[in-house]
Design a binder for this molecule. Structure first.
Ligand code: ADP
Length: 446
């Protein structure tokens, strides 16, 4: 049974129970009002007052008398009809002969009243006790309540059941939409499906919004996974094609040892290229796989950078001078294994894209506010065109992929950026084509 139906049934059941209770209550009140003849009260109060009248020393005492009780007004008159004391329902007195022991209906103005008189015979004369009560009294009020109950109750029932159903419908329709979208994304048939909930309860709009953002991230990550796989296979296809072609050529055309060695060298180049690519692919995937598993600690950075530069061996032997200016006592929060890869990649690039007899300058200092370590790797090599500056961080992107094996696979800087992002730092480049590039890395020290 759906929650929508359950809520509607629950509201219906509760409303029906309440309606039954109210109707039962009204029936009880109705019966009670029929059983309780209002004139009983009139007669009762007059009789009661008649027993309380006292007469001594030529005066009446009315201290104990009830002039008004339960809707009955009581007044007292002498035997000849002169008013002594009492309470009246109207400001104007009405003239009515006294008639002992009889209930009479009287109309005064537009209102109906019951009147009951009783003559009390005292030793020195008599006293009339008159009780007056409104004929409209309880019965009219009760009948109005009953009429209202019987007309309003069904309307209230219809509204509350209808309203309950509407609220349940509005609350649960988005849940079905969310489930449908999740199903279609889960089955992989439509990764672009979104809930796009614009109407409905606020909480549901929030949940739908969160799901939409999650679906967008999933789509993005599926997309980049797809692009990554296709780019990786594309990158591997080129060296494999070259290796196969070279093998074929060697078998058919190489006659001398030199010819063979040429072919083997070409194959070795491509093998190395594949090895770099596979190594970087592995590094990237390990990085993503272990993202939260890398420990970051605040540690001395100056000595660490010095050691990295000391141990650095360029892949290509070129006459490029490496100078450094590492400020002492600089700390940062980093993972040494990951940071080694960053420095290695930036230095290898500076060598690769540096110019012969050029310079590489590596520096480390604290930023002005003291919250970050700032590492710079600067070369005076080929530089990067302004329009390419944003592209260099993309996976497999290379300004000139035909530079041969040493040009790498276009994954190095993607790796650098990923690592620095994991550290909560920033990496950016300042470069002028033909003049050189400076890669700047900032690492927080807490
Ligand atoms: P690659 O393996 O091609 O070096 P990277 O991701 O390390 O891949 O770099 C991407 C591209 O950025 C390179 O192909 C190159 O065009 C450019 N690049 C990187 N570093 C430098 C640099 N120091 N000077 C000039 N261009 C650079």
């Amino acid at each position: 049974m759906s929650s929508k139906l359950k809520i509607t049934l629950w509201i219906t059941a509760m409303m029906l129970i309440m309606a039954v209770i109210v109707v039962a209550f009204v029936i009880v009140v109705e019966n009670a009002s029929i059983a309780d003849d209002p004139t009983d009260a009139l007669v009762g109060i007059v009789m009661e007052n008649s027993t309380k009248i006292e007469y001594s020393d030529g005066t009446f005492s009315w201290n104990k008398l009830d002039f008004y009780s339960r809707g009955v007004y009581c007044s007292f008159f002498t035997a000849d009809g002169t008013e002594l004391v009492g309470a009246f329902p109207t400001s104007e007195r009405f003239v009515l002969d006294f008639k002992s022991g009889v209930i009479r209906s009287v109309t005064i103005g537009e209102d109906d009243f019951y009147v009951f008189d009783l003559f009390v015979d005292l030793e020195t004369g008599g006293v009339w006790v008159r009780g007056i009560m409104s004929a409209a009294n309880n019965s009219t009020v009760i009948s109005s309540i009953i009429t209202l109950t019987y007309t309003l109750l069904p309307i209230l029932l219809v509204f509350s059941i209808g309203g309950g159903w509407l609220i349940a419908y509005q609350a649960f329709t988005p849940v079905e939409l969310i489930a449908d979208s999740a199903d279609s994304i889960g089955s992989g048939s439509d990764l672009s499906a979104r809930i796009n909930l614009t109407r409905g309860p606020t909480e549901m709009k929030r949940i739908a919004g969160s799901f939409d953002r999650m679906f967008a991230r999933l789509e993005e990550s599926f997309d980049s996974e797809k692009k990554f796989t296709s780019a990786a296979s594309h990158e591997l296809r080129t060296p494999i094609t070259v290796i196969l072609a070279e093998c074929d050529r060697a078998k058919r055309k190489c006659e001398t040892r030199e010819d063979f060695l040429d072919s083997i060298e070409a194959i070795e180049d491509q093998g190395e290229r594949m090895s770099v690519l596979v190594h970087q692919l592995l590094s990237l995937s390990r990085l993503q796989y272990r993202a939260s598993g890398y420990q970051m600690r605040v540690s001395p950075l100056s000595e660490f950078i010095d050691a990295c530069v000391d141990e650095f061996v360029p892949k290509e032997r070129r006459s490029i001078a490496l100078a450094r200016n590492i400020s002492p006592n600089i700390y940062a929060k980093y993972n040494p294994e990951l940071l080694t890869r960053v420095i290695e990649n930036l230095l290898q690039n500076a060598y690769k894209y540096g110019r012969d007899n050029g310079h590489i300058f590596i520096s480390l200092e604290e930023d002005d506010e003291g919250g970050c370590a700032v590492l710079s790797v600067k070369d005076d090599g080929i530089g990067i065109a302004e329009e390419d500056i944003d592209n260099i961080w993309r996976r497999f992107w290379q300004a000139d992929p035909s530079r041969g094996i040493s040009a790498g696979a276009g994954l190095g800087l993607a790796l650098v950026k990923e690592i620095i992002d994991m550290h909560g730092g920033r990496v950016f480049v300042r470069s002028v084509l033909g003049e050189g590039s400076e890669f700047i890395v900032t690492l927080p020290n807490s």
